[in-house]
Each structure stands twice: as C-alpha cells, then as structure tokens.
Ligand binder design. Structure first.
Ligand code: ADP
Ligand code: MG
Length: 245
C-alpha cells in the first residue's frame, strides 16, 4: 500500500504494548465517500488502530497517509485541523453544559469561517449540528438526561463540529436496540451521501453489514478478510473467528 491508494492508508501499521502486539502489520486503504466497516472481536485491536491513526499513540512501526501525506504520529489536533475526526468509545461529555453547548465547545473557529462563512457565529452552527444529528428537540437538555442512543448522537455532533471529511466512529452500536441501530445507520448513510467518508467500528457484524459499502475484518491485530458485505458474510476465516463469540 502507498500514499495514493485512498483518502486514508496504512501500511504495516504495528502497535506493541510491551510484549503484546495489539496491531500487527496492518495495511488497508479507505476510499473517499465510502462507509468502511472495521470489524473484529473484542480486543482485536480496533480502537488501538484508531488511536495510532489519529496520533493518540505513536505507532511502533508502519506508515499512515492521509490525503497522500505521511501523517504517521502526527498529533490529534493537527489531524483534526486537516479534516479528520473521530468519536471515542468511552465518551464523556461536559456534565454541567447543555447538549448544544457541548457541541459548540468543539467548534473550531478558523474552519468554521473558511467553510461556511460568518453565518451568525458558533451558536447558530451548534444548533444546526444538533438538528443534523437528530438532537433538535434535546439540545437544551443536560447530557445526563439523554438516553444512551442520543449520547452517541451527541458524540457524533461533537465530532462533526470540526467539519470533518473523514469520520472514524468507534463502536457506535454497542448497547443499542435494533431500531436505534437503524436510526444511527440512517444518519451515517446521509453523511456519506453528503460527501463524508466514514470508518465504522463494530465487534458484532450483524448490525453493521447492512450499513457499510465494504469491510475489513481484523483478529489479533491482523487483517483476516476484506470485501463487500456478502463476501464477508461468506468468508470461512471470518466465520471461524466468530465461532463461540
Ligand atoms: P478493540 O478495540 O478491538 O476491542 P483494543 O484496541 O482496545 O481492542 O485492544 C487491543 C489489545 O491491546 C487488547 O489486548 C488490549 O488489552 C490492549 N491494549 C489496548 N490499549 C492498551 C494500552 N494503552 N496499554 C496496554 N495494552 C493495551
Ligand atoms: Mg475498542
């Protein structure tokens, strides 16, 4: 894999924690305006891969390219300024701020002004984002009053406040009921249709396969399969990795 194979490309990405190899020589490419599923059992190395891509941890080995540029080990805030955003699996909002204030705090002024002009300042943009992620009715609530599904939407709104063109979403479906999975999938599909690229992590394939364009499956830090939802569904190695889980 090389710099021009996709909007985001890793080659030989490796992360060791002492003797544990959490991400093991992982190479993959994300294509512009696709929803890529990033699937693997618990502990497979999904979050660690996100952490290496977004500069939370420096990788032990390997290269990360974003829009053709080598961004290996680049700090998170620089990646965000370049158009990448992510959600966190263990997201904690500011508890003493309303939903809309939580989104507003994440707005990056220079990006806001360059992409949407001075349209009434950051508050109006935060309101717009709350409506975009389906929190229009709840934006004046405190975060602890939100049901879990809306907490995920708040985390999406917070990530979108930086106006990303690539969004990495870490386990949005964990703990959600079927209907909530559908609602959130619909939002992500709309974002893709508006031009965004999304990488969506899940440990359970079932909810994800109807949403995604393509998937990469990892186990023990290594890629074990890659393809369309149908190819993944019928893959023997994938079925074996999920036996008993
Ligand atoms: P996933 O997100 O796929 O469930 P993780 O990337 O969180 O998996 O974890 C992969 C492996 O790396 C696990 O064995 C986990 O315990 C280990 N790990 C993750 N982060 C750290 C860390 N900061 N220090 C030590 N081990 C870690
Ligand atoms: Mg994880």
């Amino acid at each position: 894999y090389g710099p021009d194979d996709g909007i985001l490309v890793t080659d030989g990405l490796t992360k060791r924690f002492g003797g544990l190899v959490a991400v093991d020589d992982l190479s993959f490419a994300v294509q512009e305006q696709e929803i890529l599923g990033f699937i693997g059992p618990n502990g497979a190395g999904k979050s660690t891969t996100f952490n290496c891509i977004t500069g939370v941890y420096p990788p032990s080995d390997g290269t990360v390219w974003y829009r053709g540029e080598d961004v290996t080990g680049t700090p998170f805030h620089e990646m965000v300024a370049g158009g990448m955003a992510r959600t966190f699996q263990s997201f904690r909002p500011l508890e003493d701020r309303t939903v809309v204030e939580n989104v507003q705090i994440s707005l990056v002024p220079n990006k806001l002004f360059s992409t949407s002009g001075l349209r009434g300042g950051t508050r109006a943009r935060a309101v717009e984002l709350c409506e975009r992620v389906g929190l229009g009715e709840s934006m004046h609530k405190m975060p602890d009053a939100l049901p879990h599904a809306d907490m995920i939407r708040l985390e999406m709104g917070r990530a979108m406040a930086t106006d990303p063109d690539l969004l990495l979403v870490d386990e949005p479906f964990a703990g959600l009921a079927g209907q909530e999975v559908e609602g959130l999938s619909k939002l992500m599909t709309e974002l893709r249709d508006d031009g965004m690229t999304l990488v969506v992590v899940d440990h359970n394939m079932r909810g994800l396969l109807s949403l995604i364009d393509r998937a990469i499956v990892i186990n023990f830090g290594s890629k074990i399969a890659e393809g369309t939802p149908d190819e993944i569904r019928n893959d023997k190695t994938v079925q074996e990795a999920y036996l008993g889980s």
